[in-house]
Design a protein around this ligand. Structure first.
Ligand SMILES: [Zn+2]
Length: 256
């Protein structure tokens, strides 16, 4: 058979298949270099995570290890390599108990999918949200439940860039119940009373300063307004950290 005809015959799977019972290999594995086949197997989907955090697993985790895990989870979010989870299986696995490792206090903003941002799944974290991520009695009670009662070992206060609540506080917005809500952010604005620049949302530098200060003040206020959490923090059983999420990158800048 001339070389051209031979190549055509191979392509058609005819060579050596003239006899009865000849099994042709699947087309996608024929004559494929070994390196390509290895590459192909590396592309196979990872097994789905079907389990949830157990009490025993959480007992082995220190607050520092949990914080490190949150940092690593955010790196995976930024790089687009989130853990693949079987949420239906996790729902079934978490019926009847929960052992979250951390509690978040985040802004309300729809562009911050908390669990995804830190690559966490069902049963991993408590999440309290309020526009401007400040604490009040209800939030403090929730965080005390999350830590003292339910055993979470990290509290993370999460602000974010381009926050509408911080902008509204800077611009003195008044509307319904939004007015008293924004008063919770004003201490962070007042912190920069000596600031010489423009104190409005138009000033991105000032907006960033107040956003970070608001996170720091919330972290501090959680301690000072909750003797229960302060005691846990002093004993090293709970760690309070902060962060600011930036939407252009998905990255969290941690404040410790
Ligand atoms: Zn916000």
């Amino acid at each position: 058979m001339p070389p051209e005809s031979l190549r055509a015959a191979v392509a058609l799977g005819l060579v050596l298949c003239a006899g009865v019972g000849c099994k042709q290999k699947p087309a996608d594995t024929q004559a494929r270099p070994a390196a390509q086949q290895v590459e192909k197997s590396a592309e196979l989907p990872k097994p789905l995570v079907q389990t949830v955090l157990t009490s025993e697993e959480r007992q082995t985790l220190t607050p520092d290890r949990i914080v490190r895990g949150l940092r690593e989870g955010n790196e995976r979010f930024v790089s687009g390599t989130l853990t693949v989870r079987d949420h239906s299986a996790q729902v079934r696995a978490s019926v009847g108990s929960q052992f979250p490792k951390a509690a978040f206090l985040s802004c309300l903003d729809s562009r911050i999918p908390i669990e995804d941002v830190f690559d966490r799944g069902i049963g991993d974290v408590f999440v309290a949200r309020v526009a401007g991520n400040f604490e009040n009695t209800d939030i403090l009670g929730s965080l005390e439940f999350a830590t003292k009662v339910a055993g979470a070992k990290v509290i993370l206060v999460l602000g974010h860039g381009d926050c509408g609540a911080i902008k509204a506080a800077l611009d003195g917005v008044e509307l319904g119940n939004i007015t008293p809500m924004l008063s919770n952010i004003q201490p962070a604005v007042a912190h920069f009373a000596e600031y010489a620049g423009e104190k409005s949302s138009n000033n991105t530098e000032f907006l960033k300063m107040v956003t970070e200060q608001n996170v720091r003040m919330t972290m501090s206020d959680i301690r000072s307004r909750s003797p229960i959490i302060q005691e846990l923090a002093d004993a090293g059983e709970v760690r309070i950290i902060g962060g600011v999420y930036y939407m252009d990158s998905g990255r969290v800048h941690f404040i410790e």
